[in-house]
Design a protein around this ligand. Structure first.
Ligand code: CA
Length: 706
């Protein structure tokens, strides 16, 4: 026996001992199709990130109720070793909790104590960060027959032994050398592991792939947009879709990536996929978006057996607003017009709440759940939105302040459906966005591909205009009646980008907030019953499980995601936060305490005082918007996840500037070398713009201090 094998055997023996002491099943993660079909028969477990194949995120546990939730306290916490956004929902199987954290790391913990059993780091290379639009996040694992599956940021699908955390197999899901990344949780269904990817802002062609759960063998791949016609189409559905595109769309990929969770109806044998925008969004119609651009911005049903197309419903034809239709696809049976209907529901990014028959794809109803100005409504007969002509900024050439904006009325944060109240709980938001066509747009290799003039629409520094923009930002929990299509109650937060939802049979709804609170509401009327100060913004969704008779509520805390990366000063509206990444678990009479923490004191070091070349700075603003702003923030104000470049020591240090920006000294943290994308003159122009912004901000801070 070699040393590695010996160590593995010893480790397995230690784990076995741990399991028997903890009363945990000796056969971990023994999840089967049968168990996943009947999650209602084992409410103590939470077997998939969405709780069940229908992604309802409802727990039938009711030890914690509206009457006693005031006694809820911290039972245990586990510090995660990354400081980026935490978007995963843990899975709990027979006393073991499996989760992921940023950079696609996986943890297995004893669910009753938070004690680490094993962890797995896929060692994602830092260079990948430039191809990720919306933070280095991961939304969780799939668990199936003794294995734990994770899709990594760099496009691998890895099967881990649930006992040891050691890889059993690993496949590369990427195609054609494109920068696909994965952030969604894989789905285990019908003996297959199914995974999509992200990258619709980076010129990729979307697809979903099924792998054999046991061997990792690729079984089928469903493309969400047609490819190069000269190579022939993969199937009739794609040949049909190709008639809705113009120009040479395939050169830029087409987009429509399936980056979020996938739902499944085992009786119908159908998978439900939500697809992203057509790519690049906003470009002129002649280049590809004159037609509907199928199957982008759509809900698509696909047969799990062979990956063949079943039906689609496009929420946003000719999407130029980044209205991905990738939000939670919740399956439920609703009583509509006196008849039980098996439906799929989505609170789409475009602001409409859709109810579809999930066997046929028939649109049953659609109503806006947040203010909408891009369309007047949805015509139920044709199923098409009645688009406001002013919204087509790509045709008018004028600014259109869209509601919703590109962040959506609802983004990836999962919603929850309670069969007990019949309500859907939506993490809703209002984030208007000024859309303006970038007439000079050309796709770039490193950076975000959107034909939007981000430099021109940057947050104005005039105090009045800034205040008006901030006033337009809202975030709330909306309790929505999906049959009547109306809001029943609402809970307001300081701003947008709050956490995902959990509802329970204790007549409770749980949600974390961007401002760092975790709250419990009465599910039927929205009365706030309990709160906890989490010391960091929460964007993930809580979940619930039991070990023995004891019910727990768990959430991943850790501020992040696209909002604090991109939105700059606007993100402060939600509550100025730092990232403290933790798994927090609560139980009745829990008495654990977080270590004390406070926000770091604001310091604004003086920037270089030499006058800035105004022409260089204005060129730099354009390059900044294209290459830097999607992480370092609009108008060079960091939302707290990455360094604020106005404070950077590199502004006044030639050697340091070159080593980081040109040569990639900080690549392991995700800051790549830009020498292949930007000339040294362009890099200098960016630096001039940064110094200009630092000087402006310093002057404002200095003036207000006096
Ligand atoms: Ca998108």
């Amino acid at each position: 026996m070699n040393t590695n094998k010996k160590m593995a055997a010893q480790w397995a023996a230690v784990l076995l001992t741990l399991w028997s002491i903890a009363g945990i099943a000796a056969d971990p993660a023994a999840v089967t199709e049968q168990r996943l079909r009947h999650t209602e028969s084992e409410p103590q477990n939470w077997l998939t990130t969405g709780h069940d194949y229908g992604e309802q995120r409802f727990s039938a546990l009711k030890s914690i109720t509206e009457a006693n939730v005031g006694r809820l306290g911290l039972a245990w916490y586990y510090d995660l070793d990354t400081n980026r956004g935490q978007e995963a929902t843990p899975v709990v199987v027979d006393g073991i909790l499996y989760s992921t954290s940023a950079w696609s790391k996986v943890q297995a913990l004893e669910a009753s104590t938070g004690k680490l059993l094993w962890q797995y780091d896929p060692r994602v290379p830092g260079e990948i960060a430039i191809h990720v639009c919306c933070d280095l996040v991961n939304r969780g694992v799939a668990v199936w027959q003794g294995r734990v599956y994770v899709a990594t940021l760099d496009g691998r699908l890895v099967a881990l032994d649930a006992r040891s955390g050691q890889p059993v197999w690993s496949v590369d899901t990427k195609e054609g050398g494109h920068p696909y990344v994965s952030t969604g949780a894989p789905l285990a269904a019908a003996g297959k592991i199914i995974i999509g990817n992200a990258g619709a802002e980076y010129g990729v062609r979307g697809y979903v792939t099924a792998y054999d759960a046991a061997s990792g063998k690729r079984l089928w791949r469903f493309y969400t947009v047609p490819g190069d016609p000269s190579k022939g189409f993969e199937n009739a559905a794609l040949a049909k879709a190709a008639r809705t595109w113009t120009g040479q769309w395939w050169l830029d990929g087409g987009g429509a990536s399936v980056w979020n969770d996938i739902s499944f109806d085992p009786d119908l044998g159908l998978l439900y996929l939500g697809t992203a925008n057509a790519a690049p969004w906003g470009r002129k119609p002649a280049a590809g978006t004159a037609g509907d651009s199928l199957y982008a911005a759509s809900i698509v049903a696909v047969h799990v057996a062979d990956g063949s197309y079943a039906w689609h419903y496009q929420t946003t034809p000719s999407d130029v607003w980044d209205y991905d239709s990738a939000q939670t696809l919740t399956l439920a049976t609703l009583n509509i017009a006196g008849k039980p209907r098996k439906v799929v529901m989505q609170a789409a990014k475009n602001g409409f709440f859709y109810v579809l028959d999930r066997a046929s794809g028939e649109l049953l109803s659609a109503k806006n759940y947040v203010p909408v100005n891009w369309a007047r409504g949805v015509d139920l007969k044709s199923g098409r939105p009645e688009v406001n002509p002013e919204a087509r900024y790509d045709l008018t050439g004028k600014v259109f302040v869209g509601a919703p904006g590109a962040s959506g009325g609802h983004n990836w944060q999962p919603m929850s459906f309670s069969p007990a109240t019949g309500l859907v709980y939506i993490p809703a938001q209002e984030m208007p966005f000024p859309y303006l066509l970038d007439a000079n747009f050309k796709p770039v290799k490193l950076g975000v591909n959107m034909a939007i003039d981000l430099a021109a629409t940057s947050l104005p520094q005039d105090p009045k205009a800034k205040a008006a923009a901030l006033a337009g930002l809202k975030g709330y929990l909306s309790a929505w009646d999906p049959i009547a299509q109306r809001e029943v109650w609402r809970a307001n937060y300081p701003g947008p980008w709050n956490g995902g939802l959990l509802s329970t049979a204790g007549n409770l709804v749980f949600q974390g907030s961007a401002a760092g609170g975790l709250f419990a509401y009465r599910a039927s009327d929205g009365t706030r019953l309990w709160s906890f100060a989490a010391q960091t913004g929460i964007i993930g969704a809580p979940m619930s499980y039991a070990v023995g008779d004891k019910q727990y509520v768990t959430v991943l805390a850790g501020w992040g995601g696209v909002f604090p990366l991109v939105a700059g000063e606007l993100s402060f509206k939600s509550g100025r936060q730092v990232n403290r990444s933790r798994i927090l678990t609560f139980a009745l009479d829990g008495s654990a305490k977080l270590p004390p923490a406070s926000l770091p004191a604001e310091q604004f070091p003086p920037p270089p005082s030499a006058p800035v070349n105004a022409a260089a700075a204005s060129q730099g603003a354009i390059h900044y918007a294209r290459y830097c702003g999607s992480c370092h923030g609009d108008a060079v104000v960091s939302g707290g996840l990455v360094p604020d470049l106005r404070f950077s020591a590199a502004l006044g240090n030639d050697a340091l500037w070159q080593s980081v920006v040109n040569d990639g000294a900080l690549v392991s943290a995700g800051m790549i070398a830009f020498k292949s994308a930007l000339t040294t003159a362009e890099q200098s122009a960016i630096r001039a713009f940064l110094i200009q912004r630092a000087q402006q901000s310093y002057a404002v801070a200095h003036a207000s201090a006096r």
